[in-house]
Design a protein around this ligand. Structure first.
Ligand code: FAD
Ligand code: DHB
Length: 394
């Protein structure tokens, strides 16, 4: 089998790339290790930057997002019994974020790319490795129905997440890894109850961090910081709701509506970057190349900015035989990635409980107090949260 761009992974980055290239007449084949239902069942991110929302519109997969997504013009930080609102448009020249679940984005992209445009995705087909990335015809080796298969491509996009094989196919001596593990995780619940507040609340509390988010006016997503080794089985629904309420300011705690879980899971927190994001004709995008702790809601949005740069670079190659954008892909994508890595690390450090040292806590409260009382502090937070601009190319 042959295609122009072989894509490993049908998460948001793989599907978005396939969709954008298809609209420009470029052929793709996606190789995905799991089933379509499994991919759709993963509950993950919920906050979308304007840049990503624009990409989904450009991919002609943004119509339902524009109808059902919730535009948020601010978010709240709770600390020391206070609740402080951050106004996004005021501090960012009018920018906002969109609350719309990753599951819905994946569904919309699958519908547009596979069901309506006939795009090819091989599900239940794990890629094993990429060969020949230093040649003009790199190959994805994968398995399907117990058989070894080969997809020959002009380019390969490794969009196969943190545990994928694309990154491992890069020459080990040419790749540099940066990583940091945090001594806690997030326990998340999804429940069909109205959100406690119309905007998100990020809470710093002496018992640990909590986040109140949502998927719609009737579906809430909440998180509490938990031990790294904690297990979902240790938590009843009531335990979760009690712990969440303890970590919110009293007024918010009193307004929490509780209900049974639709889903409960634990996410470890991790910062990770692999440099460069390219070797020959193999390009990495999204979680395959970098991971952020979820505190700033940047993971999914970084996947979209990588695809912004990669899709333009591939298009320039097929349209004008230009290779300059392919050559600067890694450098350009990483420049934005590192800023999000920094922001997510900083926001995580500011809001979580790292130890029992009372000095650490006082320092966090002092920084939060400074931040909300400073126009410069509010602007720095808001600019990063709504998303830094994408670099434009001629
Ligand atoms: P993925 O979504 O991971 O997609 C990769 C795809 O590749 C998957 O479908 C996988 O099955 C497939 N694959 C893997 N290996 C192979 C192989 N060998 N062959 C073929 N296919 C393969 N971000 C936020 O902003 N906010 C959040 O709240 C948040 N919560 C998260 C919770 C969890 C549990 C996780 C894991 C991530 C979370 N993220 C969150 C991060 C966000 O979901 C990711 O950044 C985003 O999914 C990245 O998209 P991606 O397409 O690059 O990777
Ligand atoms: C959600 C997750 C985040 O990490 C975040 O910062 C905001 C919202 C969410 O899942 O809704």
């Amino acid at each position: 089998m042959r295609t122009q761009v072989g894509i490993i992974g049908s998460g948001p980055s793989g599907l978005l790339l396939a969709r954008l290239l298809h609209l420009q007449g470029i052929d793709t084949v996606i190789i995905e290790s799991r089933s379509r239902d499994y991919v759709l069942g993963r509950i993950r991110a919920g906050v979308i930057e304007q840049g990503m929302a624009d990409m989904l519109r450009q991919a002609q997969a943004g119509e339902r997002m524009d109808r059902e997504g919730l535009i948020h013009e601010g978010s709240n930080i709770a600390f020391d019994g206070r609740l402080e609102r951050l106004d996004f448009p005021k501090h960012t020249n009018g920018k906002v974020v969109m609350v719309y679940g990753q599951t819905e984005i994946t569904y919309d992209l699958m519908k547009a790319h596979i069901d309506e445009a006939g795009g090819i995705v091989h599900y239940d087909a794990p890629a094993v490795r990429v060969e020949g990335s230093d040649t003009d015809a790199p190959r994805i080796i994968y398995e399907q129905n117990g058989q070894r298969m080969e997809l020959i491509c002009d380019f390969v996009a490794g969009c196969d997440g943190y545990h994928g094989v694309a990154r491992q196919s890069l020459p080990a001596d040419k790749i540099k890894i940066f990583e940091r593990t945090y001594p806690f995780g997030w326990l998340g619940i999804l429940s069909d109850v109205p959100p406690v507040n119309k905007e998100l609340i990020y809470a710093n509390h002496e018992r640990g961090f909590a986040l109140c988010s949502m998927r719609s006016h009737t579906r809430s997503r909440y998180y509490v910081q938990c031990d790294t080794n904690d297990k979902v089985d240790n938590w009843t629904d009531d335990d979760f709701w009690d712990e969440l309420r303890r970590r919110l300011p009293p007024e918010a705690a009193d307004s929490v509506t509780t209900g049974p879980r639709l889903e409960m899971s634990i996410t470890p927190l991790h910062s990770f970057v692999a440099e460069p994001m390219r070797s020959g004709r193999l390009f990495l995008a999204g979680d395959a190349a970098h991971i952020v702790p979820p505190t700033g809601a940047k993971g999914l949005n970084l996947a979209a900015s990588d695809i912004y740069y990669l899709s333009r670079a591939i298009l320039a190659y097929y349209k004008d035989r230009r290779t300059d954008l392919l050559d600067i892909y890694s450098e350009t994508a990483l420049s934005r990635v590192w800023k999000a890595i920094r922001f997510s690390w900083w926001y995580t450090s500011l809001l979580h409980k790292f130890d029992d040292d009372p000095m650490s806590r006082r320092l966090q409260i002092a920084e939060l107090d400074y931040l909300v009382n400073s126009g410069a502090g509010r602007t720095a937070l808001a600019e990063n949260y709504v998303g830094l601009p994408y670099e434009k190319f001629e």
